[in-house]
Design a protein. Sequence first.
Length: 298
Amino acid sequence: MTVKQLRAFLTVAQTLSFTQACERLHLSQPALSLAIKGLEESLGGKLLIRSTRSVRLTPEGESLLPLAKHLLAQWDNTEERLRQRFTLQLGRLSVAAMPAFACSLLPAALVKFRQQHPKINITVHDVINEEVTEMVRSRQVEMGIAFSPEGTGSLLFTPLFEDHYVAVVPPGSPLTQATQLAWATLLKHDFITLQRPSMVRRLLEQELSKQQMELPVAFESHQLSTVGRMVADGLGVSAVPSMCIRQMHELGAHCIPLTAPSISCRVGILTQQELSVAAHALRTVLLKTVQAPSLPEH
């Protein structure tokens, strides 16, 4: 039983005329008759009784009629929905992003995407860096924004920008007068950082260890917002990727470039090999709109 056969049967059943059905379907009489015959053979019996003057349904044809209407409606609806997805008139997309990116750079990119494709619904999962990678790997989401992973395996990593760590200091600290800070100066103060296994924390410790430096950790937290508030209230200093600058300023802390050493990390898009049309469109918007954040001019 084919869609073409069902459509032929439904049209004849609704018009009760082979001539009218041929006109609607743009088929010749032999082609229409062949479609009906094929349907009857596949189902095992007569569906229509045709005479020189009229066409009527057999009892089996009557029972098939509502089923044919339902099946063809479902078929047409499925076809239309898929066409809308391919043309970005309809769709749903799930994205995972580390909180530092989700609350700073992602919203502006989503505004651009929404302007271009207002019918695509997007779910954003703001989770820690390690979970972003796992969600993409397990196909819970189509796309993730994270730091460059140590090993991608089957995943693709497309860099967006190189992010540099900046110092975060209390607003009333003498350190705010500096245009840049050396790590040796910053580490003389109580340090506030994220708890392990945070990638932000791990990268700091790895890079500072190469310089024979250690973090004088006084306070730890799971959330960057808590770290920023603690610094703003004068409990110590911290260092965060530059994409967190806006968030730190909104919390009341002050950010300064860090040197000796300059610690950086790549931020990019994690995906599987295959992408839906919607995911590909968002990837394009991200690559065009997201730039490395920088400190505002004094």
